[in-house]
Design a protein. Structure first.
Length: 164
């Protein structure tokens, strides 16, 4: 059965390979340090039959965004800077790609952001797409591009809550 849990020492980070060196390196060398320092939280997707093998992961952190870059209909409602959550990283291992695990991880991230919003004021979820292909992937979940930077995408709380 698939499960998502907070990254810990028991997970085999060294064998994870998503095909992106920067994402692999983050998981292998930095993610646990960021958890310890309170900078972000990395959650791993595992199959409980092989609980040490990481199938994929996502990382969430808090961020602050300049409201002027939000779509006009949203930005006029907010002060200059607004709090949000950032989907800082999302990756699926090469041998598990194209099996819906990315969607599963995004769904989990959305659940966590909704939970955060019930306890902390935020306006939504942000993500930096690496390229146009990634941008199109995030757009299928309702993410919208920011003004002036189409690779930074935003999912407003109103849209997130519809996933609940």
């Amino acid at each position: 059965m698939l499960k998502i849990e907070l990254l810990d020492k028991s997970h085999n980070r060294q064998k994870f390979d998503c095909g992106n060196t920067a994402l692999n390196r983050f998981l292998q060398k930095t993610a646990r340090q960021h958890i310890t320092k309170g900078m972000s939280r990395t959650f791993v997707l595992i199959n409980d039959e092989y609980p040490k093998e990481i199938l994929g992961f996502h990382t969430l952190s808090i961020c602050e965004v300049e409201a002027e870059y939000l779509p006009q209909t949203i930005s006029k409602k907010y002060p200059d800077q607004v709090p949000a959550v950032k989907l800082a990283r999302l990756a699926v291992s090469i041998k598990h790609q194209n099996q819906g695990f990315g969607d599963y991880l995004i769904g989990n991230a959305i659940e966590k952001v909704i939970l955060i919003s019930e306890n902390v004021g935020i306006i939504g979820l942000f993500v930096d797409a690496k390229d146009n292909h990634s941008k199109e992937y995030y757009e299928q979940f309702g993410f919208i591009s920011l003004q002036g930077n189409p690779l930074i995408l935003f999912l407003p709380m109103q849209t997130l809550i519809q996933y609940k």
